[in-house]
Design a protein around this ligand. Structure first.
Ligand SMILES: [Zn+2]
Length: 102
């Protein structure tokens, strides 16, 4: 466990994810330093990876000193759009692949 102090309170990874997400996640990883400053107050920002559901993985960011929080949840969406893009690439003409036409 990696409990950290956020806004004067000791929080577990699950609790930190809950602060970011608004709901308790299924699972949360250890809390880490995000290596960035809060855009609101300039204090240290923590990050925690969590799964709100079985198909979603979110990286949550939370300022240690104020209410600022952010979540980066489009990671799986990006993977999905890459798969769609790969499907379109499959319909490109053969000349795109010189080793096949030569
Ligand atoms: Zn802050």
């Amino acid at each position: 466990m990696s409990n950290r102090v956020v806004q004067g309170r000791m929080v577990t990874p699950e609790r930190l994810a809950e602060l970011v997400e608004g709901e308790r996640p299924m699972e949360a990883e250890d809390i880490e330093d995000a290596g960035r400053e809060c855009p609101d107050c300039g204090e240290n920002v923590l990050q925690v990876g969590y799964m709100p559901s079985i198909t979603e993985f979110v990286t949550g960011y939370k300022c240690q000193e104020c209410d600022w929080a952010e979540s980066d949840r489009d990671w799986l969406d990006r993977v999905r759009s890459l798969r769609v893009g790969a499907g379109r690439a499959g319909s490109l003409p053969d000349s795109t692949w010189p080793h096949l036409s030569g």
